[in-house]
Structure formats: structure tokens, C-alpha cells
Design a binder for this molecule. Structure first.
Ligand code: SF4
Length: 381
């Protein structure tokens, strides 16, 4: 059985102004207890799945995200890798990623990651301009981000992804172009690019509500999007998903498995799982999660995904990728062809130039990627 494993580390040194992930600043005092709860959760989940005491999970991909996993001190990172080693086997693992925040690593920590078997780093760079890094609440400056990437490369960690953002407050096209130019010089294997979204409950949403946030005009943000999506492919980065670009052979396998509707287990506070047709979500509050694991009630949600929702999700997720919805997978899963369910939608959107309909797949055109949300809404049943 093929599946991925996600491990959530919910601690951050400071909350970035745009971030609505289940991550918290100022909770470092819980880290040690959190790691104990994490181990217990993995162990109990395995035994609920019928694993023997010494049997380990054997995921195809393993991803440690957050939050900021690298905010953990060296001894705590060692404990994290030890507990993973005790519960999870890397024997069949094709990709082992950890998220890294440039303000929280040094040479020792990077060596520790490498020695633990990490094969891929996902580094939150966001911008290579100090003014904008400060404006969005990042804890590092541009030079620290560059140093982190280069140090990792020197240590032989040669599967590196960086995250960048556009549409930042006050950001101009020239600033974005310069960040991209600097980023390309780093010669990383993978780049994820996200437009700033105003999410409820974030510092930015509050600033916006009182008129204190100056975002670029829509035309500028759209021009940034056009620039990025044409520049990166020209520089040898294939756009394999709406927001993700990679050199040949460096797609994120873990994230691909989400988009391909594969099963995954998520561990830690706020983590999600998708397992045998069920969607599960853990308690997001750190102390509540730590208390709930020994009492066996760490999940705040467990629901069966209906066939209708499953069809919609397979389409939304598949359409995010360049390879699109896999028609064979759809008919094998549901016993009906994609066309039986979505024939009219596919014809209409293909005529509008938003979809490419092929014999074995259905995917977004470049225009469709630009208006992704509009296309996705047409796939709601
Ligand atoms: S470091 Fe990452 S998870 Fe933490 S607040 Fe910033 S964006 Fe969110």
C-alpha cells in the first residue's frame, strides 16, 4: 500500500503577518512534551492499523513541515529524528523533506539534517529584499536566506526548493524581478511561488480592515504573475503545478501524491490525514493536542468523504497539475468515465480555451491556470 507521511512541527519564532497555518510563536516551552506526544500518536496509530510492536510505517515520501521544524534546538531535532527512526522506516522512502526557515539554521543543524537522511530541503525565502521581508514579518534577511541555500549546497544537500511570494505590500514589478533574478542565481532545483492572499485572522487581515495595508494594484499583481510564469520556464523550470516549478526530475514527490489523490497520514497538532476514504484532522491547539494523545482523542474531525466530494476533489487536485486529471484513475475509482460526469463542463471549458481535453487526461491550458478558481468552481457537482 502506497502512502505518504506528514509530520507537523507547529512552533515558530514569530508569526509572519500573512500566515494562517496552524503554527504558534512563544510556545517553545511545549516542545519536549510535544515530541513525546508525537511519538505516542504515531505509535498508537500504527497499533490501531494492526502493526506489531516493532513494525514500522513504510511511507513512500516523508515530509516534516510546520510551523518551523528548524526552530527546534539541536538536541530537540535529534530527539525528533530518533522518534521518527523508531516508528518509521526509510527503506522505501523516495523523498524525505524538511522545511527550513533561514533565520533558524546554522552549519551544525544542516549537518544534523543531512545525517538524519533528509534528501530535500524546502526553504522559506519569500523575498530577497530586506525591506519586504521585514514588511511581511519574516525573521531573517535576504543575505541569511542566500547563505542558508549556499551552505546547504556546500554540504551536499542538492535537492533544494525555495518558496517565494509576490504581491507583497508596496512591492513593485522591478523589486519582484530583482528577487527572481537573485533567486535564479542560487541554481536551486525547485521554486514554489505564491501570490499573497489575505487570510482571516492574520495580522495583514487586521491591518487591511483598518486601512493600514497598501497592496499592489490588481494589474500589477497580474503582471507579476505573467512575468513569473513566463520567466521560470524560460530558465529551465518546468511548471508542473499551478504554483510549482522544477528542473527535470525534481518535482516534489510528496506534494504530487496529494494532487494525485493518494493516501497520506499526518501526525502532530493540526495535521490532516486522508486514509481509506476518510478525512481526519488533529486538534490544532498545542497543549490540547499534548493532553489528548494519552487520552486517545487527539482528532477533532473524522469524516467519510462522499463519492461526490471525492470526484470533485480528484478533479480540483488533478487540474492543479500539468498532467491534469487522469481519466483512467477516475474511471477505475468511480466505475464511471470522467465524461459521463463532467462531459458538458469539459466541452464548454475546452471551447473557451481553458481546458485541454486529451484521450487519457484533462488539464488546464495556460489561460486555465490563470483563471484556475473559475474552472474549479465548474467542477463542483
Ligand atoms: S515561518 Fe512559516 S509557518 Fe511560521 S508563521 Fe511564518 S509562514 Fe507561518
Amino acid at each position: 500500500m502506497e502512502f505518504g507521511v506528514y509530520i507537523h512541527i507547529p512552533f515558530c519564532q514569530q508569526k509572519c503577518f500573512y500566515c494562517d497555518f496552524p503554527s504558534f510563536a512563544g510556545r517553545e516551552r511545549f516542545i519536549d512534551d510535544y515530541l513525546l506526544a508525537l511519538k505516542e500518536e504515531i505509535h498508537k496509530t500504527k497499533s490501531n492499523m494492526g502493526y506489531g510492536q516493532d513494525e514500522k510505517l513504510q511511507p513512500k515520501t516523508l515530509y516534516i513541515g510546520g510551523g518551523t521544524p528548524t526552530v527546534l534546538a539541536e538536541e530537540q531535532l535529534e530527539k525528533l529524528f530518533q522518534l521518527i527512526h523508531e516508528e518509521i522506516s526509510l527503506d522505501f522512502c523516495e523523498e524525505y523533506t524538511i522545511e527550513v526557515n533561514p533565520g533558524t539554521v546554522n552549519e551544525n543543524k544542516l549537518k544534523l539534517l543531512k545525517n538524519a537522511g533528509i534528501t530535500r530541503l524546502s526553504i522559506g525565502v519569500q523575498s530577497l529584499d530586506d525591506k519586504y521581508l521585514q514588511a511581511i514579518g519574516r525573521i531573517h534577511n535576504a543575505q541569511e536566506a542566500v547563505d542558508t541555500v549556499q551552505l546547504a549546497q556546500l554540504l551536499g544537500l542538492n535537492n533544494i526548493s525555495i518558496d517565494l511570494m509576490y504581491g507583497l505590500p508596496g512591492q513593485t514589478m522591478a523589486v519582484l524581478q530583482e528577487t527572481l533574478r537573485q533567486a535564479l542565481k542560487l541554481k536551486v532545483q525547485h521554486i514554489s511561488i505564491y501570490g499573497l492572499q489575505l487570510e482571516e485572522g492574520t495580522a495583514f487581515a487586521k491591518m487591511e480592515a483598518i486601512g493600514k495595508l497598501q497592496l499592489p494594484a490588481d494589474e500589477i499583481t497580474e503582471a507579476m504573475y505573467d512575468y513569473i510564469t513566463s520567466e521560470l520556464p524560460q530558465q529551465g523550470y518546468e511548471r508542473y503545478e499551478i504554483s510549482n516549478f522544477a528542473q527535470k526530475g525534481f518535482y516534489s514527490r510528496h506534494n504530487m501524491s496529494y494532487w494525485q489523490d493518494k493516501m497520506y497520514l499526518g501526525f502532530g497538532s493540526g495535521a490532516h490525514s486522508y486514509w481509506q476514504g476518510k478525512r481526519l484532522q488533529n486538534l490544532a491547539d498545542i497543549p490540547s493536542y499534548i493532553k489528548a494523545v494519552p487520552e486517545n482523542n487527539w482528532q477533532e474531525l473524522e469524516e467519510q468523504v462522499s463519492e461526490k466530494e471525492h470526484m470533485e476533489e480528484m478533479c480540483f487536485l488533478g487540474l492543479r497539475t500539468a498532467e491534469g486529471i487522469n481519466k483512467k484513475q477516475f474511471s477505475q475509482t468511480f466505475g464511471r468515465n470522467l465524461e459521463e460526469i463532467y462531459g458538458d463542463v469539459i466541452i464548454r471549458l475546452t471551447e473557451k480555451g481553458l481546458l485541454k481535453d486529451k484521450e487519457d487526461s484533462c488539464s488546464l491550458t495556460l489561460l486555465g491556470m490563470r483563471y484556475g478558481n473559475q474552472v474549479f468552481s465548474e467542477f463542483l457537482l
